[in-house]
Design a protein around this ligand. Sequence first.
Ligand code: SF4
Length: 198
Amino acid sequence: MADILYTYKGSVYANITNKCNCRCTFCIRFVKDGVGDADTLWHKTNPTKSEVLDAIRNFDFSGYDELVFCGYGEPTCQLDILLEAAAFAKKEKHLKIRLNTNGQGSVENGRDIVPELAKVIDSISVSLNAPTKEDYEKVTRPLHSNGFENMLEFTKRCREEIKDVRWSIVDVLPQEEIDRCLALSREHDIPLRIRKKT
Ligand code: SF4
């Protein structure tokens, strides 16, 4: 069975589903099966809620103060498990909770999910990926229409309800695109993190 919890660069991650509603051209799961100490992050079948809760219950979090929901899939595609597992980790393991997401969660679930996230998530990192709708569609290839607008609206809603919200891009983008992402970040008052490519 694939790893539900894995560690990478000093953090613990929860890989709760392989479902995803994007087909990013750069997605690491098309390149290798595992990250960090996980041999594979591909589940034979996606884990049940009780399997995820058991994995959190049985993991030794000594030395860690945060659990990050991020794996080979989009966590908000399995919102029920995400919310319950985050609440459980917070209550039982006294962890801070971070969500790394593509920002399509509200359209995916057919409602504004931000109030539900705000109850259990301390910080959110949304993949911006590109500064314009055209570039975003090319790179992210979202299954839902208006993916760029969905991501933008989702991030703005998160900013209203959650303290620590940021966009992220990878430093492989051309400088001109990075500059336009920085301009977007200033325009919407959403901090931008420029990550190094892994
Ligand atoms: S949203 Fe994440 S998991 Fe989904 S295709 Fe893009 S990089 Fe991969």
